[in-house]
Design a protein around this ligand. Structure first.
Ligand code: OGA
Ligand code: MN
Length: 219
């Protein structure tokens, strides 16, 4: 059993995340996670893989969820508050701390976190999408931490983030390498993004800060 690492972000890091989220609405932070925390998360991923606890990810919300191999090829493990691994507990505490920080500094109504470890096989991908489901507005802020040591450009697997909300996938984009320690944040409703195929297995921890309830969209 690992010892419990400290929270993933100190207040200086939370301030960086908060400033980026306010404007332009997204941010990419290489080396934001401490080496200790990265190692803890990588260790957790290895444990879950060894115990065969990942399942093929679906597309859509709630009862509408379906496996669609032509859209995404990752397998995932949902983090639970009562996971025995101290690093999972520390991460969730950190994410709840971020909710509080964004409530206080950005006046966003964020009250809970959901997140999963994800493994994309070699040649895996996730086609362009928005993280906020059409049926629910619960996902407000996306937070991704990458867990790939020694990842280089030739390995592919970049996260392509389309930075112009109006133009979407026809507009400008940035490509982010999924290197261990890098953290990406963006407003879930505003940024189209996709995972490009990689040469190697690609690991990440993806999650969302959520609003208080599942607000139905008006029809
Ligand atoms: C997702 C997602 C991006 C990534 O799981 O919704 O877009 O880089 N992941 O892993
Ligand atoms: Mn996404």
């Amino acid at each position: 059993m690992q010892s419990k690492p400290s929270v993933p972000f100190d207040s200086a890091s939370m301030d960086l995340l908060s400033t980026a989220l306010a404007e332009p609405g997204y941010g990419v932070f290489p080396d934001l996670l401490t080496t200790e925390f990265q190692r803890g998360l990588i260790e957790l991923m290895k444990e879950k893989l060894a115990a065969d606890q990942l399942v093929r990810a679906g597309v859509g919300a709630g009862g509408e969820k379906k496996i669609r191999s032509e859209i995404r090829s990752d397998s995932i493990f949902w983090l639970e508050e009562d996971d025995k691994a101290p690093v999972a507990e520390a991460w969730i505490e950190g994410m709840n701390g971020l909710c509080e920080y964004f409530r206080r500094h950005l006046f966003l109504s964020l009250w809970s976190y959901e997140g999963h470890l994800a493994q994309y096989p070699a040649e895996g991908f996730y086609k362009a999408h928005l993280d906020q489901h059409a049926q629910t507005l619960a996902r407000q802020v996306s937070v991704i931490a990458y867990l790939n040591e020694d990842w280089s450009e030739s390995d592919g697997g970049t996260l392509r983030l389309y930075t112009d909300m109006e133009k979407g996938v026809n507009g400008p984009f940035i490509d982010i390498l999924p290197k261990a320690g890098t953290v990406v944040i963006f407003r879930s409703a505003d940024f189209w993004h996709e995972v490009l195929p990689s040469k190697r297995t690609r690991l990440s921890l993806t999650g969302w800060l959520r609003g208080r309830e599942e607000l139905p969209i008006r029809v």
